[in-house]
Design a protein around this ligand. Structure first.
Ligand code: GLA
Length: 387
């Protein structure tokens, strides 16, 4: 793979100078959805699919980008001295945003770059292809410029870029799991203070199956920001009656004691999801540690129901996939993953049932939605790195 990409790089940008290669994975979240901007817990893992970046330093301040996923866009250029969001700059707003964010945080970016990208994360699938591009850019800058920056800082800078350059108010889950991922482990991350713990995922008898609904997120980003601000308003209302920093601090009982402070019933449902989902994530990780995979699966299913009914971010496509999955033999748990509004589900399926699962859920989806879903049996991989 690396060889082929370097060859392509040389075709596009010419062959002199030192060329280096980097990789950042995509991620899937097993449980803990829409909790990361509410001071709660998440439980994601890095995948073995992701984004490759091939790069070479330049002697001026120019940036030249080329993506093998968007060859029709050709080479896109920018200047390090005047980095600004530009709709026409398309996907290059992600690496540009990260460079801008490094500058904002006081790191000197002393030279321009030629950068070629190739990603094998299905586009717009909710497996964090954008965060993967952000983190691979951070690793590239750290390595090529010898910057003194930790992987956690790279994640935070990526999130800062996404929030302030690209205008999506995402939490830290995606960038963190992509930067810090570990083979065969999920990361139990407390987003209130970024403390974390790796939890081995030993699924001897089952596999993780991701299903892409092939429904593009569309309005997803604005709806995402809307959910976030609903939670912020609900928190402000609760703070009038109880001293808390975030919804993630509340247990289910504590929430019921103060929920009447939230004036609007829709906002009350949103906050309820944030509180319950956080508690569910804590319970799920405990269940996993106790080898109670059946309980882990049940909590995954409950997570989907809460995202469907209280948080309202699923939609007919993701509901069809999750509900079809629940009906199948050998399914331990299944839920939407990521932001929602399209994107993917994640299921844990017993090894010898995977084939029939794919056939049956695939047929149901096609029949109800009118186009096909894509299935990926995935492995948990390492975080972002030089390759
Ligand atoms: C997106 C965001 C994350 C997180 C999830 C929902 O992936 O980027 O920060 O909020 O949605 O859990």
């Amino acid at each position: 793979m690396k060889k082929e990409l370097i060859k392509k790089f040389e075709e596009v940008f010419g062959s002199d100078g030192e060329i280096k290669a980097y990789f950042a994975p995509g991620r899937v979240n097993l449980i803990g959805e829409h909790t990361d901007y509410n001071g709660g817990h998440v439980f994601p893992c890095a995948l073995t699919i992701g984004t490759y970046a091939i790069a070479r330093k330049r002697e001026d301040d120019k940036l030249r980008f080329y993506s093998m996923n968007f060859e029709q866009l050709g080479m896109l250029e920018a200047d390090l001295k005047s980095l600004a969001f530009d709709k026409a700059a398309d996907w290059t707003n992600y690496p540009k945003g990260v460079m801008w964010a490094f500058q904002k945080k006081g790191y000197e970016i002393s030279t321009g770059f030629d950068i070629l990208l190739f990603g094998n994360i299905p586009n717009g699938s909710g497996l964090s292809s954008s965060a993967s591009v952000e983190v691979v850019t951070g690793v590239l800058l750290k390595d090529m410029l010898g910057l003194d920056v930790t992987m956690v800082d790279i994640a935070l800078i990526g999130q800062y870029a996404e929030n302030n350059f690209n205008g999506v108010n995402c939490g830290i889950m995606d960038q963190f799991s992509i930067a810090m991922g570990k083979k065969d482990n999920a990361i139990f991350l407390d987003t209130s203070d970024l403390s974390y713990e790796y939890a081995p995922i030993k699924l001897e008898n089952s596999k993780i199956v991701i299903i892409s609904s092939n429904k593009k997120r569309g309005l997803g980003d604005s709806k995402y920001n809307e959910r976030r601000s609903e939670c912020e308003t609900a928190l402000a209302e609760i703070q009038k009656v109880k001293a808390v920093q975030s919804l993630g601090e509340l247990t289910e009982e504590e929430f019921h004691e103060v929920e009447s402070a939230i004036a609007d019933p829709v906002r009350r449902k949103r906050a309820k999801h944030a509180v319950y989902e956080n508690q569910r994530t804590i319970k799920a990780v405990k269940a996993l540690k106790e080898n109670n995979i059946a309980l882990f699966g049940k909590l995954m299913n409950e997570s989907h129901v809460s995202l469907r009914d209280d948080y309202e971010v699923t939609g007919i496509e993701l509901d069809t996939l999750a509900e079809a999955a629940w009906e199948q033999e050998g399914v331990i748990g299944s839920r939407m993953t990521g932001a929602g509004f399209g994107g993917c589900t994640v299921s844990i399926v017993e090894n010898d049932k995977v084939e029939s699962f794919i056939d049956k859920v695939g047929a149901k989806y096609l029949e109800k939605i009118g186009y096909a879903a894509d299935f990926y049996v995935v492995d948990i991989g390492e975080g972002a790195r030089v390759i």
